[in-house]
Ligand binder design. Sequence first.
Ligand code: PA5
Length: 478
Amino acid sequence: MAYKTKEWRNEMRVTVDYNYMMSKSLGDEGIKDSELRAVKESAERAFEYVRLNRGRDDLFMGWTELPYNQDAIVADILETAKKVRKKFKYFVVLGIGGSALGPIMVFNALKHLHYNELSPQKRNGPKFYVEDNVDPVRMQALLDVIEPEKTCFNVISKSGATSETMTQYLIIADILKSKGVNLPENIIFTTDASRGNLIKIDESFGGAFKKFVLPDGVGGRFSELCPVGLLPAAVLGIDIKGMLAGAAYMDGLCSKPNISKNPALACAVLQYITMKQGKNINVLMPYSDNLKLMADWYCQLWAESLGKAVDYEGKKVNAGTTPVKSLGVTDQHSQVQLYIEGPFDKVITFISVEKYACEMPIAHGCEDIPDVGFLGGHTMQELIQAENKATAYALMRAGRMNYTIKMPAVNEFTLGQLMYLLELQTAYTGALLNINTFNQPGVENGKKATFALLGKKGYEAQKREMDSAPALDGKYIV
Ligand code: PA5
């Protein structure tokens, strides 16, 4: 069944304006139409590559189908979320990377910015935390504010072998046991269907844990629209069907191979052209506190997907640009000076919001002080939007490339669109670069080095090699 009315969906359409990337606005610093024409065929090939491989688990392209193939899973998630909301005072995600950044981003985007501090009536759901690290101070801080026996812990790990997540699990499991809690009562696993250590733990409990599947063909950073993100969102009362409908809508908007008709392909081509020009920094700057953590989520998506040593032919390419998170207007008073006058090495992507979730009139006062008085009678929405426009304009006047993703509002439907847009953009860019977008050998190497350092069986050779490698041994200490 279609989500809301056609008119509403059109009103909520997320669009991309790239006028300030082009030479018509930027002169010599901008992209010429001829440069767009020059990559037309490569863009079509990238589009075809993604289209032809849709849903392929072996290529980790399963995420493309998530908006369409989860009816039964969504029903199970909603049912589980209902029980969790009824029974628990707190909901805690244990996970890291792709298993944590999505849930916290969606929470930040769609719930009250001070959700946990609201009264239970206003909050209308359990308090929510995501443990995205193994900093002991953070773990202690969590333990200081929750009551473990009244908490539902969602352990999210595809492999069940990630040291950080399993450390969090071990600590929590021990606390729960010490309080006489039967672990499956308070813990839900989101993991691989049949492999991995969470499955082994579940088996040792006779299959008593509630489990959700992180599908085979879906990598961590592309997993927000599967149970990884959908369960936490549903527990928070977020309309997960709306998020999936938004993703499907964006998929529909990206069904053509030409950049004037496909916003994700347009963004990918802009990033690709500027990458080739040596612009190494890719800034995402939402003008919305609700979208602040979208930049964190995007940084992982972009960095882990495109930072690759070799291409599909095995040629050394050291691909990728460095994603940077920024927040409007806050970073106008911090980073924007560098963006406007520093090296010509950046592309800025703004995310603009046309209608904020609430309005805040600016009171009159200080009429005799012109520097202040002019603000009275306006609204905060007007101010933030004016500053967004002014920054894009100032960048353009300084010859700095920037484009804007426009969101009519921040809601489930537009957020689903935005996520899918950025995922597709990343997939197209990877295809343009002829690299494997969906593996993460660098991350895996770091995981293995940690295993070796902490004495995991089977990693003795790596430990010996690390012991003989240059170490931080104090020779150059100051
Ligand atoms: O995007 C990725 O694949 C990674 O960030 C993983 O999500 C992260 O390393 C956690 O892995 P796992 O789900 O196996 O615990």
